[in-house]
Design a protein around this ligand. Structure first.
Ligand SMILES: NC(=O)c1ccc[n+]([C@@H]2O[C@H](COP(=O)([O-])OP(=O)(O)OC[C@H]3O[C@@H](n4cnc5c(N)ncnc54)[C@H](O)[C@@H]3O)[C@@H](O)[C@H]2O)c1
Length: 381
């Protein structure tokens, strides 16, 4: 058996995303399954070192993940040639400086979104990384959600006819913390700490739209800070200075219109935390994180407006669930496996730092639209 051992510096791994999605559900799972299989007798085995500030947390994570190595000093490992990949899931504001340092040390880069706090900063990372001849990738996990992959299959099989519009509903109630503790980090609600739902979610909507439906050409966006005071991790009240909801419309190349509501101040009465409702001339579909339901032209009810009688049609009845036709792995793990293959056998990996910069660009344009109260064009990067 030939084993390609790939050293990975994992920074920010004590955080919510770093711990749950990247370490436990991706790298630990890949190691436990015996690596990423390339052929019957060839595998890629990730060999991580965990980086963070808190030694106790790192030790605990090592125990939970079976990883042996950790350090609180990034500089002590950044030049170690054993590590070919630098991974970053720190808070957004720390990403660009750390990634730059890793590029200077000759590491291939894989990191969370947003890749920078401005388009300029994010694009610079792409430029210096590619100039240095290093491989790079950005997390675009939603593309590997089973629900999104089912949508993609429907499109590949021309289920929709001409797609007219896409309606995205994302969000749930994030507790303020006064009585029930909050379930997201407090920096998400402070603009001065790079928080805000526009920056967070428009990065995702950019790649979902670009890759599934058509390139985003223009945006109209209205943000809001609906809840003005929240309680932080230390139990102290703080002023929420960042947007906690955003209401955005996008024009796509090819004429599709997309509307996305993103909110941490809404209560869910829909199929999932994220749903995409796609309407086409021949059929419609609604995808959640895992499931997808469809309604074909032939099953489309013909309602007549009449509020004087009880609604005779059960609108939920006319939808059919897409059955499980394929096995889907965890979305973050699926993308990690593709990135590791890209590193070792050079398979294509189009989800690079330039794609990451496009996400930051859309967030920036969304904020510009909100501030100017107008449509803003999204030019090609
Ligand atoms: N892909 C996705 O779906 C998704 C979802 C949520 C968050 N994210 C992104 O992932 C990143 C992390 O988000 P999170 O929710 O895990 O946040 P978090 O607050 O739980 O974790 C942040 C990490 O950064 C580290 N950190 C913070 N300040 C630091 C400092 N001064 N010095 C060194 N390290 C420091 C923390 O120790 C922790 O490891 C963010 O950029 C966020 O936008 C992505």
């Amino acid at each position: 058996m030939k084993t390609h051992t790939i050293g990975i510096i994992m920074n920010g791994v004590t955080g919510r995303m770093g711990t749950n999605q990247h370490l436990l559900r991706s790298i630990k799972a890949i190691r436990e399954q015996g690596g990423v299989k390339l052929s019957a007798d060839e595998v890629i085995m990730p060999d991580p070192i965990l980086v963070g500030r808190n030694e106790a947390k790192l030790k605990d994570l090592c125990e939970r993940s079976g990883v042996e190595k950790y350090t609180t000093d990034l500089d002590s490992v950044i030049n170690d040639p054993h590590y070919q990949i630098y991974f970053d899931s720190q808070v957004t504001g720390r990403r660009a400086a750390a990634v730059k340092k890793a590029i200077e040390a000759g590491k291939n880069i894989y990191c969370e979104k947003p890749t920078g706090t401005s388009t300029e900063e994010a694009l610079e990372l792409y430029e210096i990384c590619t100039k240095a001849g290093l491989k790079n990738g950005v997390v675009q996990d939603k593309l590997w959600l089973p629900g999104m992959l089912k949508l993609k299959r429907l499109m590949e099989n021309d289920f929709f006819g001409e797609i007219l519009s896409v309606r995205g509903e994302f969000g749930y109630w994030v507790f303020e913390g006064h009585s029930v503790p909050a379930q997201r980090p407090s920096w998400n609600y402070r603009k001065e700490d790079d928080g805000g739902i526009i920056v967070d979610m428009l990065c995702h909507w950019r790649y979902v739209l670009d890759h599934l439906f058509g390139k985003v050409k223009a945006v109209s966006c209205l943000g809001a800070t609906h809840i003005e005071e929240r309680i932080d991790e230390q139990g102290k009240p703080y002023k929420a200075t960042a947007d906690d909801a955003c209401y955005a419309t996008f024009e796509l190349e090819g004429g599709i219109i997309a509307q996305f509501n993103s909110s941490w101040t809404t209560r869910v009465r829909r199929d999932d935390l994220l749903t995409l409702h796609v309407d086409g001339t021949k059929g419609s579909a609604v995808a959640g994180l895992r499931e997808c339901v469809t309604q074909h032209y032939g099953n489309t009810p013909k309602p007549v407006w009449n509020p004087d009688i009880a609604q005779p049609i059960d609108f939920f009845d006319g939808w059919a669930k897409v059955p499980e036709q394929e096995l889907f792995d965890n979305a973050f793990k699926a993308q990690w496996e593709l990135f590791l293959k890209h590193i070792v056998i050079d398979t294509p990996f189009p989800w690079d730092l330039k794609e990451g910069a496009k996400g930051v660009q859309l967030a920036e344009k969304g904020i510009e639209s909100w501030e100017k109260r107008c449509w803003v064009d999204v030019e090609e990067l």
